[in-house]
Write a protein that binds this ligand. Sequence first.
Ligand SMILES: [Zn+2]
Length: 357
Amino acid sequence: MNGFSDFRDMASTYCGDGPVSSFIDAEINLSRFSRQTNFAYPGAQELLHHLTWYGAQVKLGEMAWQRIEGLAKGNVGLTLGTSVFPDSAVLGYCPSCRECDFQHYGMTYWHRLHQLPIVFFCPIHGDRVVRVRIKRSFLHKEFPVPGDFESDQNSSEPKFSLNENFWRGVAVMAAEVLQGAELPDADLMFSVMADELRRRKFVPPLSGGRLTALSEQLAAQALDNPSATRSPETVVFLKRIARSFDEPAAGMVLGRIVLLYWLFGELATVRERCRWLSVFGSESEISLPKAATIRTKLEAQYRRACTAYIKAHPECTRLDFQRAEYRNFRWLLHNDKIWLDRQLPIPHRGGKQFVLF
Ligand SMILES: [Zn+2]
């Protein structure tokens, strides 16, 4: 940033063409920006994945991976405001993290994790995240770091009393989602959540009375005193989380992490359940409308993979296919058996091939 007198100058150089009137609202020319920063990230997709919050949304199935590809190709206008800050005027930090950053790096920075609207406590230190309201006009000239605005701290307390243990757990899970490597694929995660919600009799359909029941159950876990928390803010908050299950767009962003934590307690359990599901298939069909689209998509994908394999290995046996494409085989066996049976090579009588029925 050396040599720039104003952040708007820097934005015009790094983000787009010509002068810009606002730093965080400047439309980013992503291909150019990624060329200029390719010492750190090999390409636009990696950059979006690591520096914006789209990565977590993709992992949770709230956004298709193709959307990141689309953004990376530069078809959609992208700004710092929309891609990095959930709420562009409010930033959060953990006081202990700030101390550590000072000791380690001699400077502080805003941690992506602390900006998530569902993170109220630092998963490392347990401190309550301090949220600061920053005047947008300020961002044209300078970019404040944590602690610059002691006087301008807005109340970080939500309007309802939190069950601290619950929200610390949510913060730990959110950190795992953001920083961890691979998660089970979004379709599987959706099935696992649906199974668990069905087991607890919240689906189908997840609407009306059921949604209220879900919010009430969630309130019992998430709030200190659920019977006394009937404030409109609480109800809206809980309903937004609950809705993020079947209507990601209408639900709270990352509300799915809250639901996952509530249902399973930790990410390891979710992963394990997804692994089991991918091996053994689901016991029961998913009856939600969204699941139908997922099924169609999966079916097309697995069918394609199957025909491709058979085309590439015309001499293959059924066992070869099962060995080479185990997950594919299991899925088709459970969901598309008749089609699969027709594609596979005909089993020889008395041979080592197996029949599906
Ligand atoms: Zn911390």
